[in-house]
Write a protein that binds this ligand. Structure first.
Ligand code: 15L
Length: 276
């Protein structure tokens, strides 16, 4: 934990995105050397924040961004299901450019924002660990599984410390009944990032990005073993989540699987054949 208060250059891609907006104020006092990056500047950039624009699709720009960096928080890319070309450019090519530039720059640690959608076709009735086969529920989920695989390769082949966070849903409280199982408070996400940035034993890890949720579908034992002590509890917000759920109609496919609407989108299978 000694480096925590240092000014090592920590690059945060995707800093102008939704998660970026929620965690930037929490990261700033912990990591004075934080460099925010995105294609466009966050509208609410604060006077003490450093920003460098970069397009993940352009290797030269990514290389310039990572020059002298100690660590990277890679949250950049397309954050929902989308057309193949958008996913390909941002999350496949962009993610490769990021890891390769990190290797060339001698970056020691990468924290990769993966997603629950890498395993979205597991049924809600199953509790899964981080060692299960991926079951992506979308092109987006496939791209997150790809990012995890890239991280494993850069860890094994080049000795980079890589932490993949299969993030559920970040926000002040769970948005609906599904999110009671996968919700993560911004403070807890910052705690997981801190473990990825500082824990001395990390080579390659996958953690679920979830708070202390009673309704959890995930076994996050490895994160707890490395010191994770989430403070958010989804159950404290059950009444709100159920009230919001009542406004949403049933989804005969999405309600069965962990990935919800990402599973029902474009679904042409028989539910009985998917996700046992
Ligand atoms: C994600 O991975 C998305 O980035 C976010 O927008 C939500 O859809 C979230 O998953 C979720 O599953 O709720």
């Amino acid at each position: 934990m000694a480096e925590r208060s240092g000014t090592r250059r920590i690059v945060f891609t995707g800093a102008a995105g939704g998660i970026g907006g929620m965690i930037r104020p929490l990261l700033a006092p912990l990591y004075p050397g934080l460099v925010l990056s995105d294609r466009v500047k966050p509208k609410d950039l604060q006077s003490g924040e450093t920003f460098v624009a970069a397009d993940l699709g352009k290797p030269d720009e990514v290389a310039a961004l990572l020059k002298g960096a100690d660590s990277v928080l890679h949250f950049g890319g397309f954050s929902v299901e989308g057309p193949w070309d958008a996913i390909l450019q941002s999350n496949i090519i962009g993610c490769y450019n990021l890891f390769e530039a990190a290797r060339q720059a001698g970056v020691k640690r990468v924290i990769f924002a993966s997603s629950n959608h890498a395993v979205g076709f597991y049924p809600r009735k199953r509790k899964i660990g981080t060692d299960v086969t991926v079951r992506p529920d979308s092109r987006y989920g496939v791209s997150k599984a790809f990012g995890e695989a890239l991280g494993a390769m850069y860890s094994d082949k080049h000795g980079m410390s890589v932490t993949c966070l299969r993030i559920g849903n970040v926000g002040p409280r769970p948005l609906d009944v599904r999110r009671l199982s996968i919700w993560i408070a911004p403070e807890d996400l910052v705690q997981l990032i801190g473990i990825g940035l500082e824990h001395p034993d990390i080579r390659f890890e996958i953690f679920y990005g979830a708070s202390d949720n009673e309704a959890a579908w995930w076994d996050n034992a490895r994160a707890y073993a490395l010191g994770y002590r989430p403070t958010g509890k989804g159950e404290d917000h059950r009444a709100h989540a159920e009230a919001e759920q009542a406004k949403i109609g049933p989804d005969p496919v999405g309600d069965i699987f962990q990935g919800g609407t990402f599973c029902s989108m474009e679904f042409t299978n028989d539910v009985k054949r998917a996700g046992p």
